[in-house]
Design a protein around this ligand. Structure first.
Ligand code: PGA
Length: 253
């Protein structure tokens, strides 16, 4: 009913040759994706075209950028627009990763504009949300994530929302080796889905893929993906090792 997705977020890692090797190694595994399953590779900007051409004959494999700018075009030296990404065949754009929020001061309001650009160009945002450790310890994570959803997504129409993928990434679990337990992940994913249902209706909520991210690896992916409201994963570190990434994809079914 809703797509099951494993997306690899390479972040600022690998040379072109290493990235090419990684994609070839993943393809070499001969994965047979089932109907409704997708694999997404989010490479650095300079490798997107290459990644797209390596994956073009592999149904179910897609390419994502890790960011784009909030304006359509113009004098924004160093930035990359959604239209540019669309023009080279990119499928998805990760938006609002906690590293972008922290190191590049991306606010919920700015992300709302980025989402508009991505959707206006026919691309699909993978919208990241998730709380820092202090918020989790204060047990106010639901309010925190609700506000992120509200300020970045609630201006969309139901039709637009259908093209949005949400990734829940508790910041305390990213790159730390700490993973949310499957119960913590399921609780938050169910909460996010209920928020989406309240705003956009049950039907839209049931069709929204919600991915988990944060130290997901072959050893815990099966349990996480087994949760009713977890529709796959956004994978950082483990997506840089072909065998691990492939093993995680295999946990989808
Ligand atoms: P991690 O990163 O898997 O290395 O924790 C996840 C992410 O930041 O998307």
């Amino acid at each position: 009913m809703r797509k099951k997705i494993v997306a690899g977020n390479w972040k600022m890692n690998l040379t072109l040759a290493q990235g090419e090797q990684l994609i070839n190694d993943i393809l070499q595994a001969g994965l047979k994706l089932e109907e409704g399953q997708e694999v997404v590779v989010a490479t650095p900007f300079p490798y997107l075209l290459k990644a797209k051409s390596l994956l073009k004959n592999y149904p179910g494999f897609y390419v994502a950028a890790q960011n784009c700018y909030s304006e359509k075009s113009g004098a924004y030296t160093g930035e990359v627009s959604a239209e540019m990404l669309q023009s080279i065949g990119v499928d998805y754009v990760i938006l609002g990763h906690s590293e972008r929020r922290e190191y590049f001061q991306e606010s919920n309001a700015m992300l709302a504009k980025k989402i508009d650009q991505v959707l206006a160009n026919g691309l699909k945002p993978i919208f990241c949300c998730g709380e820092p450790l202090a918020i989790r310890q204060a047990e106010t994570q639901n309010d925190y994530v609700a506000k992120q959803l509200e300020e970045s997504l609630y201006h969309l129409t139901v039709e637009q929302l259908k093209n949005v993928v949400i990734a829940y990434e508790p910041i305390w679990a990213i790159g730390t080796g700490l993973t949310a337990s499957s119960a913590q992940a399921q609780d938050m994913h169910a909460f996010i889905r209920s928020q989406i249902a309240n705003k956009f209706g049950r039907e839209a909520a049931l069709h929204t893929s919600i991915l988990y991210g944060g130290s997901a690896k072959p050893g815990n992916a099966g349990e996480l993906f087994g949760c009713a409201d977890v529709d796959g994963g956004l994978i950082g570190g483990a997506s840089l090792v072909a065998a691990d990434f492939v093993a995680i994809i295999q946990k989808l079914s």
